[in-house]
Ligand binder design. Sequence first.
Ligand SMILES: [Fe+2]
Ligand SMILES: [Fe+2]
Length: 269
Amino acid sequence: MTRIIQISDPHIVPNGQLAYGQVDTAAALASCVKTVNRLLPEIGPVDLAIVTGDITDFGTKEEYQLFHEIMEPLKLPYRAIPGNHDNVVNMRACFSDQSWMPSTGPINWTIEFDDLVLIALDSSIPGQAHGHLSEETLSFLVNTLERQNGLPALVALHHPPITTGIEKMDIQNLRDSAKLEAILSGYPGELRLICGHVHRNIVAPFGSKICQIAPGVSHAVSMDLRPNAPNCLTKEPGGVLLHETRAGIVTHHIPTGQFPGPFLFYPDG
Ligand SMILES: [Fe+2]
Ligand SMILES: [Fe+2]
């Protein structure tokens, strides 16, 4: 069985600052690391953590360094892809010693396990909030899927190609997604698309496959489905996803932080 933890949208800001004047994103990521480490004996072994973009809020070297330091105690190897808040040049420099980080071009990578392949794609465009997959990235996806003989697959990218009803996020989703839909729908095996960006746990169909959006690790985008809703964040509990190959790909939502329990349902038997 392969298990992957998905951490999304940490939005690390310079040391001592609050994101949007409201959110201590460094504390939230540190709490996430603690939660995952604490739960590992109960949910593990876990093979890898993937951070699905918006690692930093402004894409600065200082923010990547702080992210790196906060993730250091995580008792798992991790890899990452960029989101619209990232800077590919600074992100590449921060992880240049990692074998998975390409030295040029989009930050695409793949890792093959016995019963699962994880394919991670760079959907970021410098200076833009919405996402796009380049021809190079789509070719990387096609070539990787062709080698798998229908092995269950997780395909990760920051920007979801679907709409959620949260208008201010939907206008920044993945554009030009028809080719991606055709590639994924044509894959003969089980395939799950996993994304970030919306900071909410949302599941929707994408062609013949399932698109799973992860919650943010700190703040959420407000649950407001009205037309012209204001662009707001909410300090809901952060969370991560655990994807595992059981009878098919099973996804669990794990809130991060410390909560009372566990308590036996029937302590007296
Ligand atoms: Fe984000
Ligand atoms: Fe984003």
